[in-house]
Unconditional design. Structure first.
Length: 321
């Protein structure tokens, strides 16, 4: 069982270097973006030279949060030649897409909260107890007396609310709320994030949601709920797979349902998103299909058509409920 580096080793890595590339995972989510930008603001305040590597696909819903005053570099174009890299919220190096080979050219500090993180860094700091990677960044900043500006605080709150479903998921504990309280005292505006995340839906996305919900299937003695999106659903509504963010929760949030699944057909593959309520470890199901995630939220990508893939997946899920 690999172990974390000592906090002093993490601190030295930051103190002894001046330039850092910050990377997150492909299909960026709110925890990843908030953690990247939050840490970038903290390190910039310490006069470090920070570049955030990003990928082409940034969900519309997160556009509001992109910091105009930080330096970004599109990873698909070129991976910046920076020798110290901090990777956030990514359970494996394969989550880095075009930057998958980064460890050959750089020293990596891996900071994450996924319990299946495989300690791919030269330095590793993994805390599965943390509700979000943003929580870990906050704790490290407190530990080392790093400066948390109001912009950093705003981003760390974005990270935490994203991975806790705005404090609705079971990973929301007293520590999470205490952290957010302190971040609000440092200037974070919770209401602004709430409005931006939940009250700015595009009509196209709502039409896609309508089509998706109309295909709801309840199976396995009402314990499993499935939603399906085919390529034509995207075409007909003028949307892309990025617009299905959060749809899987509608399947999970049905009375008596333990596992909610969203099957989305994209690029000759089916992206399968799993959510569970109480006892099914959906990361174990996802892992059987080459994916991963958390016990209550996980996913995988499987080559094939919607019917074929969903049949296979449902058969496996039935063994777990
Ligand atoms: Mn996360």
């Amino acid at each position: 069982m690999p172990v974390n580096n000592n906090l002093s080793e993490i601190e030295s890595f930051i103190q002894n270097n001046n330039e850092f590339l910050l990377l997150g995972h492909e299909n960026i989510d709110g925890d990843c973006l908030g953690s990247l930008q939050g840490l970038a603001y903290i390190l910039a305040e310490m006069d470090k030279d920070i570049t955030i590597g990003y990928y082409q696909a940034l969900p519309d819903i997160l556009q509001f949060a992109v910091a105009e005053d930080l330096r970004f570099s599109l990873i698909e174009d070129e991976i910046p030649d920076i020798s110290q890299v901090i990777v956030l919220d990514s359970s494996g190096i394969d989550r880095l897409g075009p930057a998958v080979d980064i460890s050959q050219q750089a020293e990596i500090l891996n900071i994450d909260h996924h319990e299946d993180n495989n300690f791919y860094g030269d330095l590793n700091y993994i805390s599965p107890a943390a509700a979000a990677t943003g929580t870990i960044i906050y704790n490290l900043a407190r530990e080392f007396n790093w400066p948390i500006t109001d912009r950093a605080a705003q981003n760390l709150v974005l990270a935490i609310v994203s991975d806790t479903g705005f404090f609705r998921y079971s990973n929301t504990d007293a520590q999470t709320l205490a952290t957010v309280k302190e971040l609000m005292e440092l200037g974070a505006d919770l209401h602004k994030i709430n409005r931006a995340l939940y009250s700015q839906n595009k009509p196209e996305r709502m039409r896609l949601l309508g089509r998706t919900l109309s295909k709801l299937e309840i199976i396995a003695a009402r314990k499993v709920a499935c939603l399906y999106i085919d390529e034509e659903d995207y075409q007909q509504t003028g949307t892309t797979p990025q617009d299905n963010e959060g749809f899987v929760n509608y399947a999970r949030d049905i009375a008596d349902v333990e596992v909610g699944i969203l099957f989305s057909r994209e690029n000759n593959q089916v992206k399968v998103s799993f959510r569970s309520n109480n006892y099914v470890k959906v990361n174990e199901i996802a892992a059987e299909f080459g994916g991963g995630g958390h016990p209550r939220a996980a996913g995988c990508k499987i080559t094939g058509g919607l019917t074929e893939v969903s049949k296979k997946v449902i058969a496996e899920v039935k063994n777990h409920v």
